[in-house]
Design a protein around this ligand. Structure first.
Ligand code: AMP
Length: 249
């Protein structure tokens, strides 16, 4: 079983990102970058499938400028066998990413494509769904468990109010949720080995994909500062404030 995993380069989850002064986007100068956490879970799941003998080959693909090769190399250190970078501007939008991934799927013919449920920078939660639609494949989004049974994929999905288990024919698209697994750290020997693993580079033109943007970012601004809390002396005062100041009761 060949598994394709999509990994995105994003600002590290522990970094507090600030908007640029002109409001045109996030200021990523000197910011520590990492694999999107949900994509790390996707890589981990593929590696576990390989360790269990279900997967035979794992391909890590990232779309972006040359710097995203760093996240491909990390995926290779975590256990992916080879990497693909599709060169693109980092501001590329989910529809164009889904079209490029579809072109890679056509080229590689994987049995399973695993993506994160969402990228923590744009919070789009769109790419996996659009890829499945463009490629005409079944999708299991927000997966908290996946198992291969008799050549089909059982996916347990985290949905409002509980869990839903569906069965998909392969090939299929899966997007990962937080509880699917706990990703490992790459070991130093594996980081060294990853430097020698193959990494192919394609352009959107090579893949014949139109990546023209369909959305315009109007403004990026920080969330409003939270007002400081206050202490009340009594329940009566609390009720009075909720009623007359906050007007919520
Ligand atoms: P999004 O739809 O932007 O929230 O992203 C959902 C998932 O799509 C991510 O977790 C990745 O698996 C994949 N994805 C999004 N952008 C990229 C990218 N530039 N390169 C590779 N995969 C991506």
């Amino acid at each position: 079983m060949k598994v394709l995993v999509a990994v995105k380069r994003v600002a590290d989850a522990n970094v507090k990102v600030r908007p640029k002064s002109d409001g045109s986007g996030a200021d990523l100068n000197n910011v520590k970058m990492a694999i999107n956490p949900f994509c790390e879970i996707a890589v981990e799941e593929a590696v576990r499938m390989k360790e269990a003998g279900t997967a035979t080959e794992i391909i890590a693909v990232s779309i972006g400028d040359k710097s995203c090769q760093e996240q491909i190399r990390t995926s290779l250190a975590l256990g992916a066998d080879r990497g693909i970078q599709v060169e693109a501007d980092n501001s590329i939008q989910p529809l164009a990413i889904a079209k490029l991934l579809k072109a890679v799927v056509d080229k590689e013919q994987p049995d399973l494509i695993i993506l994160g449920k969402q990228s923590i920078d744009g919070d789009n939660n769109q790419t996996g769904q659009m890829l499945a639609a463009l490629a005409g494949l079944g999708q299991g989004t927000f997966a908290s468990e996946i198992t291969v049974v008799d050549g089909k994929l059982n996916v347990t999905r985290e949905i409002d109010g509980g869990l839903q288990t569906i069965t998909l024919s392969l090939p299929a698209v899966v997007t990962t949720d937080l509880r699917l697994n706990e990703p490992r750290y790459a070991s130093l020997p594996n980081i060294m080995k990853a430097k020698k693993k193959p990494l192919d580079v394609f352009t959107a033109e090579d893949l014949g994909v139109d990546v023209a943007p369909r959305l315009t970012t109007v403004k990026v601004e920080p969330p409003a500062e939270r007002a400081a809390g206050i202490k009340v002396e009594s329940v009566a005062e609390l009720v009075d404030k909720l009623k007359n100041e906050a007007k919520v009761i």
